[in-house]
Design a protein around this ligand. Structure first.
Ligand code: ADP
Length: 239
């Protein structure tokens, strides 16, 4: 079967710095794939290229059989969640979640219904009239997630989405995310430098080192059979 997402020999350089080096990565529809590696290994840049905020220096990116590396980001139908949720502070929760729909020209009535359904699903309906500053970190994160899902994207990109949360909340959100992924059949690319998070959540993990994949495998494969010394040492590190 053709892959749903395919980085086809993608290189990205910033000046003399080669940040992503001849990447070949294939992801199937509905998969949850984590990009795991130390800071500076190129994970965010890969996500940026998939989202359309950066463009490859060389190579092609395919989504569902179409080349997308030059497609503007708003035409890629991807939901994006970053660590610093970046909710609009002057808007209510409901207005924040409605924003991507409004941007896409969805009418007010329909947008309202979809927002209400989405907020119900993540159990935030009772907070819909609050502003972000009146929410806890975990609640803000759930609003950001809802905003990324409300327009029913085919792919969701997450960059350290749980990094700012305390341990207990993070574990709770990990379960919720897995649940949403399964329920909605989403394809998720999840960036983290936290090995235990990647091991818990992913169908497969790509371990990165200096812009290259050291190993692409199931969590069991990565944990039980590290293929390089780098992977063994990185996975062995405690948080
Ligand atoms: P990671 O997400 O694994 O921490 P990044 O993709 O953010 O790694 O960064 C990889 C490298 O690329 C880093 O050395 C970073 O400084 C560099 N880099 C990222 N974006 C830019 C940019 N816009 N201009 C110049 N260098 C960049």
């Amino acid at each position: 079967m053709a892959p749903f997402i395919h980085f086809d020999q993608v290189t990205k350089s910033f000046g003399p710095l080669r940040v992503v080096d001849n990447l070949d990565l294939q992801v199937a529809k509905g998969e949850f794939v984590s990009l795991l590696g130390p800071s500076g290994s190129g994970k965010t840049t890969i996500l940026m290229m998939l989202a359309g905020f950066e463009h490859p220096s060389h190579g092609a990116i395919w989504l569902d059989g179409t080349r997308i590396e030059n497609l503007p980001s708003h035409k890629r139908n991807m939901g994006v969640v970053f660590q610093n949720y970046a909710l609009f502070p002057h808007m209510t929760v409901a207005e924040n979640v409605a924003f991507p729909l409004v941007m896409r020209g969805v009418g007010k009535g329909e947008a309202g219904e979809r927002v209400a359904r989405a907020l119900d699903m993540v159990r935030l309906a009772h907070l819909k009239d609050r502003r972000p500053a009146q929410l806890s970190g975990g609640q803000q994160q759930r609003v950001a997630l809802t905003r990324a899902l409300v327009f029913e994207p085919t792919v969701v990109l997450m960059d350290e989405p749980l990094g700012a949360l305390d341990k207990q909340l993070r574990e709770h959100m990990q379960l919720e995310l897995r649940d949403l992924h399964r329920k909605l059949g989403l394809t998720v690319i999840f960036v983290t430098h936290d090995q235990s998070e990647a091991l818990t959540m992913s169908d497969r993990i790509a371990v990165f080192n200096r812009g290259r994949i050291e190993q692409l495998d199931t969590p069991e494969g990565i944990y039980d059979r590290p293929r390089t010394r780098f992977v063994a040492e990185f996975i062995g590190e405690t948080n």
